[in-house]
Ligand binder design. Sequence first.
Ligand SMILES: *[C@@H]1O[C@H](CO)[C@@H](O)[C@H](O)[C@H]1NC(C)=O
Ligand SMILES: *[C@@H]1O[C@H](CO)[C@@H](O)[C@H](O)[C@H]1NC(C)=O
Ligand SMILES: *[C@@H]1O[C@H](CO)[C@@H](O)[C@H](O)[C@H]1NC(C)=O
Length: 476
Amino acid sequence: MSSLKYLFVIPVLVALLAYFYPSDYDYENDMNERLQQILSGLLRAEKKIAQPKAKIAIGFGGCQDMFVDGLALLDALKFEAPENPEHFMSVDTQQELTKMMAYFFQHGAAAERYVGNDTLFNQLTRVAKTIPGYREAIGGNAPAMAQRLAQEGAEVLLAAKLSNNARKAMHSSLHILGDVLEEDDIHLILEYKTGDKWGKFTSPRANRFIVHSDNSNPLLETVDDLEKEILKFDPSVLVVGGLQMMDNFPFQEGQMESRLGKLRSLLATLPRKINTHFEMASFSDPALLQKIISTVVEYSDSLGMNEQELPNLVSILQYGNVSLLSDAHPRVASVLDQMRQVYKLLKNTKEVDGKRKLTRLHVHTLAYQAILTTKGSPWKNTMSATAKASLTAHRHVCGSNWIHTQKSKLLLDDSFSSSISASSTRIPVHEKRPVSCWDEDDYQICVAPVLVCTQVKQTAGGGDNISSAGLLVQVN
Ligand SMILES: *[C@@H]1O[C@H](CO)[C@@H](O)[C@H](O)[C@H]1NC(C)=O
Ligand SMILES: *[C@@H]1O[C@H](CO)[C@@H](O)[C@H](O)[C@H]1NC(C)=O
Ligand SMILES: *[C@@H]1O[C@H](CO)[C@@H](O)[C@H](O)[C@H]1NC(C)=O
């Protein structure tokens, strides 16, 4: 057979090519080729679905985001890096601020904490405005998600108390509920980059530490407004986010329980055809998170979260405690195992008194997106949704709609294990069909690699954009 001789010719050709081309050159060319193919594959998957004209309601809260180079701010204030990082429930002093910043910075973990000391908070925001590169934007989970969804063409009802300035900056098609605030609550976002050095610490990835001293958001005041309007609006999904503003807020006795109780009764009385999605966030108070499980999570069809929030949810569901920090670069296998754990715990929720079984779980990480959906549930197009989430992650962080492979890198290998258990299978990441989807039991899982942006413009708000982009593709 003549084909036999190629068996010898090809290795010789390869050896010759390898001899004539320096190896770096080949490697970079191959990488870029692979990135190009994966990008085309993701774009094809994204285009498969015409954007549905969905109606979506979103709560709660909003704020003004102040973005600042975190290390430049601390430097200007002469707040030095501590010797020993430490975690506190909230921030009251300079020492607590620097120790807590170091605690999350050294792991590159996103976190958000309440500052009880107004003098300190005002000092931080005053000096932040003088730091080069300082910028402001309308923020908060609910407004960020609402903006994203409106930009994608959805009709959105937003429950958030905002100032007139903030309202003017929002997409013109948004219906905004809630009184007008004199002044927005402020969130100060201390950003840092991969490899930044502070004292003896180096950050393993770009991320941010957020501090706030909200007065309005923790009280979830717009729950009452939403309750009055939601049936008239008749959305296909209600998205709940922004509850982390309640974390360690100095509530009066019984106030936290009563506000969450109000939210629970709104969720419990919704008609079944309105699906509910809860967007997790950074929580450190186990009592609050426990309460959120019984008032919100058990009433949610769908959950969205990042790689830090997933282990925290597993901890609270399984042991009743919180996990403050976890691996910033978790393997796919361990994330999928944790997703299965959460799904098993919540898929059997008894559908009584308005409670709902979990049928969708979206986890976003730096390197990949993973979405689990129950077969036969109302959630459609899981493959396209995973691709959309992945592309949105790049677009958000690079701050551009157009994706350059030169500004991208892949952190996900050519294949991954489906589980850390010995019986797991290896799943290849095909360049031409980069979203891997497969069935298990009564659900489907899809995983898509992220073209990780190497020229970071912003990290805050990423989760909101990514989750809402993925969610919209899945509703009708
Ligand atoms: C609040 O912060 C200011 C400024 O850093 C500090 O002087 C003051 O001692 C702090 N107050 C408390 C109660 O810790
Ligand atoms: C939570 O509790 C479990 C069981 O007691 C324990 O194994 C785990 O280490 C605890 N997690 C944290 C973060 O404290
Ligand atoms: C993410 O959301 C923010 C706020 O709505 C918006 O300014 C930004 O452009 C969004 N990013 C992407 C990639 O759409």
